[in-house]
Write a protein that binds this ligand. Structure first.
Ligand SMILES: C[S@@+](CC[C@H](N)C(=O)[O-])C[C@H]1O[C@@H](n2cnc3c(N)ncnc32)[C@H](O)[C@@H]1O
Ligand code: SF4
Length: 217
């Protein structure tokens, strides 16, 4: 990739006819789940990196710089941004104000379209009502929680640290904070998961929010 971030002509051809969206990756997790293929680091992995990896403390600043670089790369492209998705890792390990600064840079540099969808992913154990209210205040209007399963023995196989029931509580807290759009991720086919376990997870999720199912590879 060129240092100035320049895109090949093939990537820019017809770009003005396509909607513009941002994905911002936050590569930090409190602990790692064995099944996860995403690019994430725990605090101890970061300590062992000899400072090569960006730290959580200055991560938002670095994302702001990247957004500014994207503005230069796209020149005078007038499209406002229609979707922003902050994923991870666990974005909600950063302060809500940091996520707000990252979104603010996109707003400042590109402008947000009317009706823009602004999502963050979150681990159920990483948020509380105050944090959710701060996210809403910062401009986030959709949140996606990693529920995975409603059964403790399945959560254990997946290395999840939240307890059954916490994701449903998160949905209620998010709605109370003003989120109209709340998603729960489920994983199907975990070793040891029975049909009854899967049904219990679906029922728990459908009782509270919309469900997106992801199949284990
Ligand atoms: C990247 S995680 C970020 C969300 C948050 N860290 C959490 O785990 O709650 C987003 C979702 O990806 C799914 N996922 C993780 N590893 C996966 C894999 N190897 N294959 C398919 N889906 C996966 C999980 O359902 C998870 O909720
Ligand atoms: S918490 Fe989420 S991002 Fe982190 S390892 Fe687990 S599934 Fe992957």
């Amino acid at each position: 990739m060129p240092e100035d971030g320049a895109l090949p002509a093939t990537a820019l051809a017809g770009a003005e006819r396509r909607p513009l969206g941002f994905y911002l990756h936050v590569p930090y997790c409190a602990t790692r789940c064995g099944y996860c293929d995403f690019n994430t680091y725990t605090a101890s992995e970061l300590r062992g990196s000899g400072g090569v990896l960006a730290s959580r403390d200055n991560y938002a600043e670095q994302v702001v710089e990247e957004v500014r670089l994207a503005r230069k790369v796209l020149g005078d492209d007038p499209r406002p941004v229609e979707t922003v998705f902050v994923g991870g890792g666990t974005p909600t390990l950063l302060a809500a104000a940091d996520l707000g600064r990252m979104l603010g840079a996109i707003r400042e540099e590109f402008g947000l379209a009317e009706g823009v969808e602004v999502t963050t992913e979150a681990n159920p154990e990483s948020v509380d009502p105050r944090y959710l209210a701060e996210l809403r205040e910062a401009g986030f209007n959709r949140i996606s929680f990693g529920m995975q399963s409603a059964r403790q023995h399945v959560l254990k196989v997946l290395d999840r640290t939240h307890t059954p029931g916490r994701p449903e509580a998160c949905v209620a807290e998010a709605r109370a904070a003003g989120f109209d759009h709340v998603n729960l991720d489920l994983i199907y086919g975990t070793p040891g998961e029975s049909d009854a376990d899967w049904r219990a997870s679906l029922e728990a999720a459908l009782g509270r929010g919309r469900t997106m199912c992801r199949r284990m590879r």
